[in-house]
Design a protein around this ligand. Sequence first.
Ligand code: HEC
Ligand code: HEC
Length: 334
Amino acid sequence: MKHSLLCLALLAALSATTGAEAIRSEPVTPLAAPEVIDAGKAELGKKLFFDPRLSRSGFISCNSCHNLSMGGSDNLRTSIGHNWQQGPINSPTVLNSSLSVAQFWDGRAANLQEQAGGPIANPGEMASTHVLAVDVVHSIPGYVDEFQSVFGSGEVSIERMTAAIAEFEKTLVTPGSRFDQWLLGDDGALSEQELAGYTLFKQSGCVACHNGAALGGNSFQRMGVVEPYQTDNPAVGRAGVTGKDADRFTFKVPTLRNIELTYPYFHDGAAETLEEAVQLMGRLQLGRTYSEKETADIVAFLHSLTGKQPDFKLPILPPSSNQTPAPEPFAKKS
Ligand code: HEC
Ligand code: HEC
């Protein structure tokens, strides 16, 4: 097992191409500033990301559960959806999610555009329908003008909406962390303790799964390699997508970028602190019990992974018109 994990780490290191030019050759590579392919489309996508009118209640936006003031997550064990419904799983951050091989804990959406259609029509989340969400946006003259200038016609479709949201999400990359400064050659960027933590992170094998520019997001791995994970959460992981028994309890490895901001941890949100998450990972994935000092060292290293957070003007949304379908904040059925 140890051997195959190491091979994995080497492979991932060799194939990591997303980073800026690093001075040091490490299994973790620095994040490069996002390349915005289409600034107008991203700007439209930003508005849609913040627009609660995409939900049936008129109250829940993407930003409700992926709060960009809080690391792109909601800091809740599991999310709260339409009608105060208890969500089934922890909300992963949208920061750096463009770097992942697939979206969702089980990877069931191939890319960001495909993903963005999900929550709008999910009865437990925004509880709208694609038809209704399109109607709402189409009824808002300010949006129709913007679709006209971005796409060349005022036609509003779910494909165009999700393409714009995905374009915005591609801008949510967080370069410039102290760890990246160190990777780029600044010896003074990390404290001795943080460096000791990184060394331990590498030597004990965390890096086999958490590697590349995002320290994760590039493979599916079992939760509980050495020892099974105890949870009441019914999520089966990747097996729900592939139907293969071997993929039971296999999840997309989460990114560790900005990890100090995105508590609580794991797909069930059961680990409240980073200390708890690190000790559990050591025991369950590597069969290793860390001392208090070792845990503190790794946690110190993880804190150095917080990058420059998205920095932009709050989008001002165009007002609804007399034709805009009314929100139904207390609709019981969706
Ligand atoms: C009610 C809370 C809620 C709302 C609203 C919501 N999400 Fe999510 N989001 C989640 C949860 C929970 C997951 C994880 C679901 C899973 O993996 O099964 C998730 C997953 C994601 C992911 C995948 C991240 C990853 O690492 O796999 C992206 C990207 C994302 N959401 C973007 C959006 C966008 C864009 C919107 C608005 C159109 C949105 N979300 C609305 C809760 C929410
Ligand atoms: C065999 C692959 C593997 C190894 C080795 C591994 N991890 Fe993980 N890690 C995962 C997976 C998969 C998850 C998601 C598990 C879940 O949510 O059920 C995860 C989750 C985490 C999380 C929580 C992230 C979040 O956003 O919820 C942290 C923190 C973490 N790992 C740190 C570590 C550290 C530190 C080590 C070394 C002690 C380590 N991991 C070793 C695969 C691995």
